[in-house]
Design a protein around this ligand. Sequence first.
Ligand code: PLP
Length: 355
Amino acid sequence: MIYENVLETLGDTPVVRLRNLLPRPQDRIYVKLEGTNPSGSIKDRAALHMVEEAERDGRLAPGSTIIESTSGNLGKSLALIGAVKGYRVILVVDPKTPQSVLSYATSLGAELDMVDRPDADGSYQAARIRRVGELLLRHPGAYSPDQYNNPDNPQAHALRTAPEVAKDFDDLGALVATASTGGHVSGLGSALKERFPSLHVRAVDAYGSAAFGHSFAPYKMRGIGLSWQPGNLHTRYVDSLHRVADTEALSTCRVLAREEGLLLGESGGAAVFAALTYAAEHPGRPVLAIAPDTGANYLYESYDDMWLAGHGVPVDVLWSTSRDLLRHVRSPLHPPAEPAHAGADVRTTAEGARA
Ligand SMILES: Cc1ncc(COP(=O)(O)O)c(C=O)c1O
């Protein structure tokens, strides 16, 4: 297949069925591998749609500057888009950002602005947003996608990701998707509930995240969760919420790598752990977990025993075989529950975006 530029390779990501890591041998659990997108994550979809919509209505002029707060994957996506389309890209990052992400972004020509003082709650997210505000004042005409509130983020998934799922499945019992900005769980949930009327949408958050209104406490997983409730998290499309603990997600990552050959990022481990829990509760229903990025982003961090131990997770607290993990799946540390409901509708058409 020949493409005119690397951005055209976005999407049509593969779906792989689990073979061994199953509560029962007949269970049908599938994982959509968003790490095969051009910069290595699901964020390519939201980033490209936000940029293209801003170009379309004049918020982003040719050759201008894009400024965004990101702890990782959105920054890679914007760096890639900037390189292809000729924008200057300034990324506001923090010390939790994986080195592989920083190196990727600078290799593609993006500039980094490091926030080094955390908020009172120990997270850096609010500090990063404040810094974006300062930089926007210094760069008149610059565009900030604001992934937390921009409706083009969930819309990217309603318009592009959901049709891929609808094409692959005749029947789907549950969609299991992680949340940070809420973009993919909201966009996929809204569109796929129309296609599969009895679909159960299970959102997955990090235990410690405040995205669904719980109080914030620091956690280790990257990419998933938030220290506040984002505007793009539309819980009306969410039937249940599973708050997965670090040890559950990291154990799942390791078992998936060794026993399924699937090297997923930390949030992908959380999604698969939650999918296994759902499947154990609902025998016979096909379940799709969304794995937002590849474990290649974390090879020298959460896949490295020394790094993990140095960050407060000695490997002997993790389950290392599917047998141990599956026993735990039946009694997760924080059982799934109904979320508190909030949020507006996701736009499912390209028109009328900000009318
Ligand atoms: C690795 C990873 N997992 C999960 C998410 C959550 O996705 P969303 O922002 O669509 O809620 C992100 C978002 O940046 C991510 O990078």
